[in-house]
Write a protein that binds this ligand. Structure first.
Ligand SMILES: *Cc1c(COP(=O)(O)O)cnc(C)c1O
Length: 442
């Protein structure tokens, strides 16, 4: 299998090249040159398959002969230490819980798979991998955790001082070892600009290369972060069938979206043969994609702050990928996708009502997915519905606790993080000191 860029499809790259390049030179994103089909046997066996078996079968189609099966199995087993259970909260309405990984957000799936794949590739080439990542919240934690303790790897995380939540900051700064947290006196945009400058600094790159050090990002658009986001759609469908759903039933997935990585994972799953009837692109008021679905015009705009902050994205990075997967056609996209968007007030009201009716606690992102599903089910009342619950509610105590009227119990992984000693390097928002820090790790 080869991969082509969304910006020009003449150059074909291998899986390894796509993983380490992240973006092509025109900032295009990599997509598979064709979508492989899963055999009928895969679907007949699906209800009995674990998330790891699904991950192996699906990843194999994309990785091809670049990683031998036995190694790929080890990579998938190492990455997927968490399951994605389905919890029914009302008739025809289930939550697909994606927050059972080490940092309690769905980003663990992508980050862990990327880490396992990269570490496999460098163990073969004996290179040193230096990952630079800027974060405003969950991504940094998931990436840091995924690469923690991997031999031959160092991770530098740039985060904006005072702009991440206490729990998130703890998740970044208490790991130590090969994870280096830089607290930058600036905003997320400053951190992102610094990361970009590092990754395009010719002198630094040359010095790294001379020392067999691969300087790269762990960007959310990386192909290896995208692939595992298709696995759990199969897992959810398998669970529904196991619980007695006829295989020809219409299934709708609602995906609370920001950069649309999860939704693109759903499109891939559908194209590989999973019988998905509709995918709901559910957003907060940053409604660039729902507006596109309505009008056919894509208008990126600055993001607006909401209670579902991980989805505050005005220019979704996976949009070019989505469009490419539909052959550039708005009309084709409308055959599968439904758009909708919700205000913060509607989101919080949903958290409250689901808690009152089902005693189930949503996080603000999952709540947007829930609302999207309810809206779609009014058009297709005979369908079975699943929404992606993307983060553990205990990560958002300020928003959720007043709505459910009690303190949320911290899962052990979070409770432990709060006990540990934090360590970060405070730096001014200047390129020089940041580069000096990174240079001594090259
Ligand atoms: C990142 C994130 C999202 C948005 O996912 P995309 O794949 O970028 O659309 C939703 N919920 C949570 C909790 C997240 O961290």
């Amino acid at each position: 299998m080869k991969f082509v860029s969304t910006s020009e499809n003449s150059t074909k790259v291998t899986f390894r090249e796509a993983v380490f390049a992240s973006l092509d030179r025109n900032r295009g994103l990599f997509v598979p040159e064709f979508i492989p089909q899963l055999p009928q046997q895969f679907f007949s066996d699906l209800p009995a398959k674990s998330i790891r078996e699904i991950g192996f079968d699906v990843a194999r189609l994309f990785v091809g002969n670049e990683i031998p099966d036995s190694d790929l199995r080890r990579i998938v087993d190492h990455a997927l230490i968490m399951d994605a259970p389905l919890v029914r909260i009302a008739p025809s309405c289930s939550a697909l819980e994606l927050f059972h990984g080490p940092t309690l957000a769905f980003k663990d799936f992508g980050a862990r798979f990327l880490a396992a794949v990269s570490s496999y590739f460098i163990s073969e080439s004996r290179e040193h991998l230096l990952i630079v990542v800027a974060t405003s919240g969950d991504t940094g934690g998931a990436v840091a955790h995924a690469f923690l303790d991997l031999p031959g790897v160092d991770v530098v995380i740039l985060f904006p001082s005072g702009h991440v939540s206490e729990i998130q900051e703890r998740q970044l700064t208490t790991l130590g070892k090969n994870v280096h947290a830089l607290e930058i006196n600036g905003t997320f945009d400053t951190c992102q600009a610094l990361a970009k400058e590092l990754l395009t600094d010719e002198l630094l790159l040359r010095e790294a290369k001379a020392k067999s050090c691969l300087l790269t990002s762990a960007n959310s658009v990386n192909l290896a972060r995208l692939l595992p986001q298709s696995f759990y759609f199969f897992r959810a469908w398998a669970d529904l069938v196991k619980c007695g759903m006829p295989t020809n039933r219409r299934v709708i997935f609602s995906i609370p979206s920001g950069n649309f990585g999860n939704l693109t994972g759903g499109i891939l799953a559908q194209r590989m043969g999973l019988p998905i009837f509709r995918l709901v692109a559910a957003t907060n008021i940053n409604r660039t994609v729902p507006d596109y679905l309505e009008t056919g015009i894509f208008t990126p705009r600055p993001s607006v702050r909401t209670v579902s902050s991980a989805m505050d994205v005005g220019n979704p990075s996976n949009f070019s990928r989505m469009l490419t997967l539909f052959g550039g056609s708005h009309e084709e996209m409308l055959k599968l996708l439904i758009g909708c968007s919700f205000t913060s007030e509607e989101t919080l009201a949903a958290v409250r009502s689901v808690f009152e009716n089902a005693k189930y606690i949503l996080d603000p992102h999952g709540a947007v997915g829930y609302l999207g599903l309810q809206q779609a089910l009014t058009s297709y009342p005979d369908a079975e519905g699943v929404f992606l619950h993307t983060a553990h509610p205990a990560k958002f105590p300020e928003a959720i606790e007043p709505l459910v009227g009690s303190a949320l119990t911290l899962p052990p992984a979070l409770a432990e993080v709060l006990q540990r000693e934090a360590r970060s390097y405070k730096l001014e928002a200047d390129y020089r000191p940041v580069k000096d820090f990174v240079r001594q790790l090259v």
